[in-house]
Design a protein around this ligand. Structure first.
Ligand code: AMP
Length: 458
């Protein structure tokens, strides 16, 4: 998962991109980068770490010009290393070009081998670098034609922003896996993974970039093309469940409202007698409110989250297991003691977090703990840009719900069904639900055989 942002034709392009990325920080905390254009050349700064730590005033000053694109990264392919930080910027026969990509290409190994056999030398492990090699090899003359020709060769999930000296271009893959929206700020066009970026800078939300749409933005304004063959739509349903910020509008819907409906659906189908509904903060909050409203059971904060936990936490290697989830969450005895509790979270991946939470709630005095998950069991890995472990590490892929309940030591456990998930999200569109039903809409020539990166502890 990653977040991307771009702005064209504004005196404070780099500064605004910094703010845009700041609002997208939840989409990736490993590294961040900005490329700006002053009309003659591109300027780049990228580093490991969080947006606010990387971009200080003196750095932003070096990012000259009136256009910029930026990226926050959470790796799905390529290790968490400086060489893999985006945007990717290159100097080639036709000038300079930079690209920032959210998604995951499924034919990258194959394409990379072909390109390497033709003499390409890669400087990173990222699938995104393949895109610039394809652009550099194109015989077509315009910026947009070269990009479209390159993107016709890649397959998988991509929402991408490109920048050269004089133009910015945004593309969403024909399936529409990842979000990308268009905004307007003081007369300039902005592109962002999520609309919460627009709210921070004060931009007006115009619309989504449509699946398969290319938007070219230059001094003449915005032009739209639809050069790709139409395919069945498959926006990622997990963006609603976990990834996007609740204050964003993605795929035409507000994320907070969708999450509340997921919680309400859970309450209808899996009611339980209890004294309170508590969320696993922050991801479980809107669904827990929905559950509470629908069931009439009071909402309480039984778990308090430390918001300063991140990659910068210095883990005392040997004793980290001992700390476990306590680093991030603490149970409130005052609220929980002697109470029957419904605890709502968005998903279970390996099951380790939920197990620790149940134990923590019982230790704080909860007499019963009923776990409600506002998504179906996660049984299959994602190959379209969400970082999930391999199939046998997904607890729901190897265990029944009853077995998981036993493992969690909870009094009951219930998940939403795929049908009720679709009902709560809305039936008008079809979504990619491969992590729940294993139906992969785009086949892959290179199924990753190595395990993906570990998840953040929750
Ligand atoms: P686990 O201990 O592996 O079961 O972790 C479950 C928790 O991870 C849930 O509370 C989710 O909010 C969170 N989660 C789900 N998907 C992801 C993801 N792709 N990256 C990071 N955290 C996730």
């Amino acid at each position: 998962m990653c977040g991307i942002f771009g702005i064209f034709g504004h005196q404070e392009a780099a500064n605004i991109t910094y703010l845009g990325l700041y609002a997208l920080q939840h989409r990736g905390q490993e590294s961040a980068g900005i490329v700006s254009s002053d009309g003659k050349m591109l300027h780049l700064h990228k580093s490991m770490g969080a947006v606010a730590d990387i971009f200080k005033k003196d750095v932003i000053k070096t990012l000259k010009g009136t256009s910029a694109i930026g990226h926050v990264r959470y790796s799905t392919t390529g290790g968490s290393l400086l060489k893999n930080v985006q945007p990717v910027m290159v100097n080639y026969a036709k000038g300079m070009i930079a690209v920032a990509h959210n998604g995951n290409l499924v034919n990258s190994t194959e394409l990379r081998t072909v390109l390497e056999n033709k003499g390409s030398i890669f400087q990173s492990d990222m699938d995104t670098e393949i895109i610039v090699h394809l652009i550099a090899r194109s015989k077509l003359s315009s910026f947009q034609d070269r990009i479209v020709e390159a993107m016709e060769q890649v397959s998988g999930a991509y929402s991408v922003v490109f920048l050269n000296e004089a133009r910015m271009l945004g593309i969403r893959d024909p399936y529409g896996f990842r979000p990308l929206s268009i905004g307007k700020f003081q007369g300039s066009y902005v592109l962002a993974s999520e609309t919460c970026s627009f709210d921070l800078i004060g931009a007006e939300y115009v619309r989504e970039v449509e699946p398969g749409e290319v938007v070219l933005i230059d001094k003449n304004g915005l032009k739209s093309f639809k050069p790709f063959n139409e395919v069945p739509l498959a926006p990622c349903i997990f963006e609603f469940i976990y990834f996007s910020r609740p204050d964003s509008i993605i795929f035409g819907r507000n994320v907070y409202s969708v999450r509340k409906r997921l919680g309400a659906e859970l309450a209808k189908i899996y009611p339980v007698e209890a004294d309170m509904v508590i969320p696993v903060p922050d991801s479980g909050v809107p669904a827990a409110i929905g559950y509470s409203e629908e069931s009439g059971i009071p909402f309480e904060m039984g778990l308090i989250r430390n918001h300063y936990v991140g990659r910068t936490f210095i883990e005392p290697r040997q004793s980290i297991r001992h700390f476990g989830v306590k680093i991030k969450l603490n149970a409130l005895r005052e609220v929980l003691d002697g109470k029957k509790v419904v605890v709502v979270d968005d998903s279970i991946v390996r099951g380790t977090t939920s197990r620790k939470i149940v134990k923590m709630l019982k230790k704080a005095g909860a007499s019963e703990v009923h776990v409600r998950i506002s998504s179906p069991p996660t049984r299959f890995p994602c190959f379209y840009g969400i970082d999930t472990p391999t199939r046998n590490e997904l607890i729901a892929s190897t265990h029944s719900i009853e077995e998981i309940n036993k493992y969690l030591t909870s009094d009951s456990l219930a998940y939403l069904s795929v049908a009720s998930l679709v009902k709560a999200v809305g039936r008008e569109k079809s979504y990619c639900k491969a992590c729940f039903d294993g139906k992969y809409v785009v086949g892959f020539s290179d199924m990753p055989d190595e395990p993906q990166m570990a998840l953040f502890g929750n």
